[in-house]
Design a protein around this ligand. Structure first.
Ligand code: ADP
Ligand code: MG
Length: 250
């Protein structure tokens, strides 16, 4: 376990509106997540999940409170610095995939590396390794409209992991998938976590949360429970290590 937590958030408060119309989307959230953990954040609609995800992902800032991402106090950063931190530290996976239309899978996965200034040949190599990791090497030249929903989300997972971020942040990643594709995508997330990647996943589905090591429940912008659970069926440790060394995404 790294001595520096990936997430160290203290008393996060987020309010919307003013006066009588004020909404406390987050009412004082404390959260610490260490490297290698797999956290599911659960809660009913309106409980503050997306607000928390946006803050943890540096897409939004809290009204008050302090947030250190991988040791960096993001509170003092301007928009440009925040986008750099997002690119370097976080791999996002969204419910709606958020792929670029009319663009090949390999080009999508190369994109965050291009932003990071990685040279073309190295970009291609790493993007191909990431696509291989999600089982889509032979679909590298396919565009989103030539891929199933599950395959599109796997491209999005490859794009999220290709920069070797400090954490994967997923908001309802299987919300638009059928049960077969859901299994496939969660299997990949399990493997990534087994190989040491930190995962924070937002979901309202118990079957999805079962994959996590730790389940946090939000009610009205507050954490009401934070429980460690036995891991779901995953690869045995030896296989997980083999996958980890084979991953070769760096
Ligand atoms: P969840 O993702 O769990 O459904 P949200 O984080 O989206 O919850 O919302 C938490 C609360 O904050 C809700 O009451 C929601 O209506 C409110 N809220 C979220 N975003 C905004 C916004 N941009 N303006 C006003 N209220 C908002
Ligand atoms: Mg939401």
């Amino acid at each position: 376990m790294s001595p520096t937590p990936v997430i160290a958030a203290r008393q996060l408060i987020k309010t919307y509106g003013m006066g009588d119309a004020v909404v406390h989307a987050l009412a004082g959230v404390d959260l610490t997540v260490h490297q290698g953990d797999f956290v599911a954040i659960m809660g009913s609609s309106g409980s503050g999940k997306s607000t928390l995800m946006n803050i943890l992902g540096c897409l939004d800032v809290p009204t008050t409170g302090r947030y250190l991402l991988d040791g960096i106090d993001v509170g003092g950063l301007d928009e440009k610095q925040l986008s750099l931190v997002r690119n370097r530290k976080i791999g996002f996976i969204f419910q709606s995939f958020n792929l670029v239309p009319r663009t090949s899978a390999i080009a999508q996965v190369e994109l965050p590396l291009a932003y990071a200034g990685v040279k073309a040949a190295e970009r291609r190599r790493r993007a191909m390794a990431a696509l291989t990791m999600v089982g889509l090497a032979e679909r590298a030249e396919h565009k989103p409209n030539e891929l199933s929903g599950g395959q599109q989300q796997r491209v999005a997972v490859a794009r999220a992991l290709v920069t070797s971020p400090a954490m994967l942040l997923a908001d309802e990643p299987t919300g638009n998938l059928d049960s077969h594709s859901t299994k496939e995508v969660l299997g990949i997330v399990d493997r990534l976590n087994a190989s040491g990647r930190t995962v924070v996943l937002i979901t309202h589905e118990d079957e999805v949360a079962e994959h996590a090591k730790r389940v946090i429940r939000l009610v009205d912008g507050l954490i009401i429970s934070d429980v460690r659970q036995a891991p779901a069926e995953g690869p045995p440790p030896a296989l997980a290590r083999a996958l980890a060394t084979q991953g070769g995404v760096r």
